[in-house]
Design a protein around this ligand. Sequence first.
Ligand SMILES: Nc1ncnc2c1ncn2[C@@H]1O[C@H](COP(=O)(O)OP(=O)(O)OP(=O)(O)O)[C@@H](O)[C@H]1O
Length: 386
Amino acid sequence: MPLIVVYNPVCGDRKGAQLTTETVLPLLTSRGLTPDKVAATEHAGHAGTLLLSYINGLTPSERAEGITLILVSGDGTLHEIVNVLHGARTEKDGPIPSLRIVLVPGGTANALHATFFPPSSAAPDAEPTLLASLLAFLSAAPRLAPLTLALTSILPEGTCVVSAVVTSTSLHAAILHDSEALRASVPGIERFKIAAAQNATTWYRARARLLGPVQRYDAASGAFVALAEEHELLGPFAYFLSTVNVDRLEQHFRIAPLQRSLPPPHGTQTMDVLVIRPLRDPSLEGKDGEAEREVFKDRIWGALGGAYQDGAHVHARYANPDGKKDGPVVVEYFRVGGWEWIPEEDDEKAHLLCADGTIFHAQKGGKISSSVLARTAHDLDIAVYA
Ligand SMILES: Nc1ncnc2c1ncn2[C@@H]1O[C@H](COP(=O)(O)OP(=O)(O)OP(=O)(O)O)[C@@H](O)[C@H]1O
């Protein structure tokens, strides 16, 4: 099977080249493996085109075998690859070969790698193991985890993007959007905190339609419960985020814990959707003034803080008027086949979309539609050594 190594020299703390030449390649050599190609990405967007031109240079029999890609990068580089391959899947040379990926986490967040190789509960603060996926590939009985992809369309213009990790609107998209604008003045991750503070009291006016099959997590029974084929959620929203494949967005931020602790049955493709709607909080009495937003700021940070406590937020509840914390759940947790997001025309920030960290804007009057890509329909067969 053709073997290619691709590394992003500028991802994370810029150790991709060193990690590749000093660790990955010597380990392959020690196991008698010589990659057919080793390449560095030379600019943003290069990873996908580089891999595609490698694929286009393969013989039909090599294509039929599928390829192994050792990818030394963060999630953003993988996102680029998936999108280029998805765009090329109907090219005249036939289907895209199946892709077996070895993830070597060189990025900042490395959500996929952190999901497949989470920190151990015995040593939660230990440095992540960088070679776990590579060692899985080299092992006698390697395990492959197929990736589910989400295809999101911005309508009516029809812009499409494929996500392998996260698709979001509301607070998460606003933070990613505003932190990008701060990149030049605040180069470190401090800019995410500033962006979060800027958006702390913003609510997003929109309607969301969850597309079937729709299930809601019932914290009391600890199980998903089937709902109607379509399920509508009225705003305002504070948080709306969906994930495929991952239970966390960084090593300790386990925002969608049920992706791992209550996974979908083998072979099914779904996304997990997490929603926070402020007006479910009984103490706000249905009001959405400045005072209520200020009060709710602490609620949402409190709830999201639970993601850093191994996903405890999925059990958080609002207080009832008697003060007991047995009111409605703060975070509504759904498992769905897709969703639509219809922002109110005059709410500019509700038109933002984040797909694996890339920001898009829906037009006024437009909407966003996201669905899992069934493997038969998208002709991409991508799996990760886990
Ligand atoms: N040679 C290069 N010069 C400049 N940018 C590059 C180059 N190669 C890749 N990139 C860009 O680097 C960006 C960040 O890469 P990547 O996502 O791999 O790392 P990260 O952002 O540090 O990690 P993570 O996504 O896990 O937080 C990608 O969007 C990619 O387009």
